[in-house]
Each structure stands twice: as C-alpha cells, then as structure tokens.
Ligand binder design. Structure first.
Ligand SMILES: Nc1ncnc2c1ncn2[C@@H]1O[C@H](COP(=O)(O)OP(=O)(O)OP(=O)(O)O)[C@@H](O)[C@H]1O
Length: 252
C-alpha cells in the first residue's frame, strides 16, 4: 500500500543570462492520495501536470521538498534502500542496457536486489512466460521495438516480486495488442492469484483509465484536484462522458 501526503517539489534553475537570474518551476504543489493493495490506481493528468515528478518521489528517486510517502508503512527517503525492495518501478526512460540480452537485463536487477543468480534466472523465465516474451530472452536489447523494450523493462521491474508496482506511462508507444496484453497482465497482478499487488500508474489516456483503474487520482497544476472511481468522478462532474468529466474537474 502506498500513502502520499501533501507532496511538493520545486525545480530551481540558475539561468546563464541575465546573470544570476533563477527560474523556478513548482512541479508538484500538493499531491495526496492512497493506493491500496489489490487495486489499480491511476494518476491522470495533462502534460506537465506533475505525474512523473510525483512517481519519482514515490520511487525514492527524487527528494520531496515537503510531504511524505509511506510504502507498506515505511517512509520513503530518496536514494535509500529501505523501501526500494518493496517497489518495482517502470520509469518513462526504460533504461535498458543495450548490450545485454533481455534475460541478462532482468536477472542483473534480481541480483542487485539480493537474489542468487539461479533464483533471478528462474524468475526471469517465469516472467518471460507471463509476458509472452520467451523468444526475446536471449537477444540483445539493442534494436528492440517499443513493445519489446516495455516488456523487458516491466519484467526487470518485477523480478524481485515487489508488492508495489509503479509504472510511468506504461502504454507509451504500444500498439493495440500490446496495450491489451499489458492490461490483462496488470489485471492478473492485482488479483489474489497474481499476489494482490498495489499498482500505481500514470497516464493521460482516458480509455486506459476507464478500462483499468479502480481508483483515479486527477492531477492538475501539481495538485490532486479530484479522486474516486470512474463512476464517482462522472457523478462529481455531472457528466456522462469521462473525457468531459476530466476536463471539467482538471481545468474548471
Ligand atoms: N528536472 C526538471 N527541471 C526543471 N523542471 C522540471 C524538471 N522535471 C519536471 N519539470 C517541470 O515540472 C512540471 C511537471 O513535470 P512532470 O514531468 O512531472 O509532468 P507530467 O505530468 O509527467 O507530464 P507529461 O505527461 O508531459 O509527461 C513541468 O512543467 C516540467 O517542465
């Protein structure tokens, strides 16, 4: 379970000209929500709303200016290992090693998480079956298609069987079939058979949210502006169409 309380983050850049001037971007102002186990929670927001910055703070990759994140009751501290074992993170930059095979990319992360080589290899094979990527496993990642990269990066994020799964725009660049397969896999992961995982993902695609999310957090201008099920948000906005509801709730 992930609990996010009043998160904020500002980026300050020194500009070269005019001298010593600073530009400040308040990327996140006040984000708050809970993402429960056995539930898919979606962070929905327009470009620049603060989704990636929020996910990076949750994943302990970036320090917050204020607020806090609890993962299974343990407070996240940027760069510290304590909560990382409990999280699997698929970032927007998939970040695979191009010269390593898919199997090596996946198993290497397992070893970094303290698994033995055999254990990590076995788990990589099991994930390859679940994600239908057996044929890719011994190929170098160099030249992989978007969908192949995503599957490999997802398997790598899940190698240590984390309870909490954080995905930044996971369907970016995927075709209809790959998106559907990912949706089915995430639905399995949140089910008791898949381990009742806590799944948190960011997106700006309405259909994805309607099809996949049990709980939706609408983010605009770095703030949580509304949250609930799709039905609750439609009700709140007094709209029948989710896109209209989103626009009303995010920009009214
Ligand atoms: N390292 C950084 N330095 C300066 N500004 C940043 C940095 N990272 C993010 N920002 C700014 O913070 C704001 C929020 O960015 P963020 O990437 O979190 O948005 P997002 O909701 O993920 O957007 P998108 O859907 O376009 O990926 C944007 O205005 C962005 O330009």
């Amino acid at each position: 379970m992930i609990i996010v309380e009043q998160l904020s983050k500002q980026f300050v850049r020194e500009a070269a000209w005019p001298r010593r001037s600073k530009s400040v971007v308040q990327a996140v102002k006040d984000i708050h929500f809970s993402a429960a186990d056995g539930v898919v929670t979606g962070l929905l927001g327009a470009n620049g709303a603060g989704k990636t910055t929020t996910l990076r703070m949750i994943a302990a990759l970036l320090p917050a200016d204020s607020g806090r994140v609890l993962v299974d009751g343990v407070q996240v501290e940027a760069g510290k290992q304590a909560t990382q074992a409990r999280m699997g993170v698929l970032s927007d930059a998939r970040g695979l090693y191009p010269r390593l095979s898919a199997r090596e990319n996946i198993a290497y992360y397992g070893v970094l998480h303290g698994m033995s080589r055999d254990e990590a290899n076995e788990r990589a094979t099991a994930l390859a079956d679940a994600l239908d990527m057996r044929a890719l496993m011994e190929r170098r990642c160099e030249g992989f298609s978007q969908g192949e990269k995503m599957k490999t990066a997802l398997a790598r994020a899940l190698v240590h069987d984390p309870q909490n799964i954080i995905l930044d725009e996971p369907t970016n660049g995927l075709d209809v079939l790959a998106t559907r397969a990912l949706r089915e896999f995430l639905a399995w992961l949140k089910s008791p058979a898949g381990g009742s995982k806590c799944i948190l993902f960011s997106t700006h695609i309405m259909q994805e949210v309607e099809r996949l999310c049990d709980h939706v957090v609408i983010v605009a201008g770095g703030e949580t502006v509304a949250q609930g099920t799709v039905a609750e948000l439609l009700n709140q906005a007094a709209e029948n169409n989710f896109e209209d509801a989103f626009v009303k709730l995010a920009f009214a």
